[in-house]
Design a protein around this ligand. Structure first.
Ligand SMILES: NC(=O)c1ccc[n+]([C@@H]2O[C@H](COP(=O)([O-])OP(=O)(O)OC[C@H]3O[C@@H](n4cnc5c(N)ncnc54)[C@H](O)[C@@H]3O)[C@@H](O)[C@H]2O)c1
Length: 325
């Protein structure tokens, strides 16, 4: 590597081949959220363009001085892509040298986005879910459905997953795959309620919509359950959300920003952000019967906590292609 002369290009398969584990990503995010709680990071609000309804392309810069991390992710989400057999979320990430600002790596960000979002759910669950949580309901059996289960499996003694997807074949193949990968019982269900009423943990990961489809009704979420809203409040009837004893997020200003754009028009008061939970400034779960919710919006900081680890390990293992600057 010659600073200022070339940069390391890492394709999606290169990024995956680096072999960063979910446990490592969860730990990196926890360290980053401690920094965030001390206001020692920089992350301007997401800016973006919206070429189609409910579609976005966002610019997500961030810096974490303690991790010598600086860079930007340029990420898109197009709900109609799945009809064309294309991924909903795709993107690239540029990593800059922390001392000079010079670009040092360009990498696919699809893998990072999936993994760090799962890791953020698991980190929230560490503070908000019952430690003995054993059953989980996944609504939306795509990339996030997979990475969220993978991350939660690192921290919880999961025994059974209920899988729901509007495409029953996707729920079926997800269940088959999860049973093999994690050695747990996996049950595809055809009614979203079946994925919720017997679960200790619920993850909703369908499309993000400005106007929620509000499928989940009051009375469905059992006492003692933790829910992660990867797709914002899209899945939830406001009355169901208001059953939560603690509603948390990863970044309050970002949530307010989305609210100004028309999302989150009827949500409970925010109990804590994730930095406050990991530093103990605000309590996580206090009683077994509490219903807790994390609505993590996905932060540039999550990506920037993860990308340098991938870069360093790629260097160590000679993975990637050098491109002239
Ligand atoms: N909060 C964050 O940090 C964050 C980060 C990345 C992605 N996301 C969001 O997560 C969601 C899932 O992303 P992905 O990459 O897994 O997409 P994906 O296309 O891989 O999977 C989405 C799945 O949801 C299914 N689906 C569609 N509508 C459904 C519904 N009403 N109920 C159940 N299933 C439904 C689809 O059939 C598909 O299998 C998207 O909304 C995306 O914007 C959030």
């Amino acid at each position: 590597m010659h600073l200022g002369q070339d940069l390391l290009y890492l394709s999606q398969s290169d990024v995956a081949a680096v072999g960063l584990t979910m446990a490592e990503i969860i730990a990196a995010l926890e360290a980053m959220f401690r920094e965030k709680a001390e206001a020692r990071v920089e992350m301007p609000p997401k800016i973006g363009i919206h070429p189609a309804p409910d579609a976005f392309i966002h610019a997500m810069p961030a810096s974490i001085p303690a991790q010598k991390a600086a860079g930007i992710k340029w990420v898109s989400g197009f709900p109609e892509n799945s009809k064309r057999g294309l991924p909903y979320v795709t993107g690239v990430l540029i990593l800059n040298d922390f001392e000079t600002g010079i670009p040092i790596a360009l990498m696919d960000a699809t893998w990072i986005t999936a993994q760090r979002t799962g890791a953020a759910t698991a980190l929230s669950a560490k503070y908000l879910a019952r430690p003995d949580s054993a059953t989980i309901g996944i609504l939306g059996c795509g990339l996030q459905g997979r990475s969220n289960l993978k991350a939660l499996h690192v921290l919880f003694p999961l025994k059974k997953v209920f899988a729901y997807d509007t495409h029953p074949d996707r729920a079926a193949s997800y269940a088959q795959e999860s049973a093999v990968q994690f050695g747990i019982e996996a049950i595809p269900v055809t009614d979203p309620k079946q994925a919720i009423v017997n679960s200790d943990i619920v993850v909703t990961a369908g499309p993000i919509l400005r106007k929620p489809h509000a499928t989940i009704q009051r009375g469905w979420l059992p006492e003692g359950t933790f829910a992660s809203l990867v797709d914002f409040d899209s899945y939830w009837h406001p009355a169901a959300l208001h059953e939560a004893d603690k509603f948390c997020t990863d970044d309050v200003p970002q949530l307010h920003h989305y609210r100004d754009l028309g999302y989150f028009q009827n949500i409970p008061p925010i109990h804590a952000d994730l930095g406050e939970l990991v530093t103990g400034r605000k309590p996580g779960r206090e009683k077994p019967a509490e219903r807790t919710i994390a609505c993590n919006l996905g932060l540039a900081l999550d990506d920037m906590a993860t990308a340098p680890l991938i870069y360093e390990r790629a260097l160590e293992n000679g993975i990637g292609t050098w491109l002239p600057l």
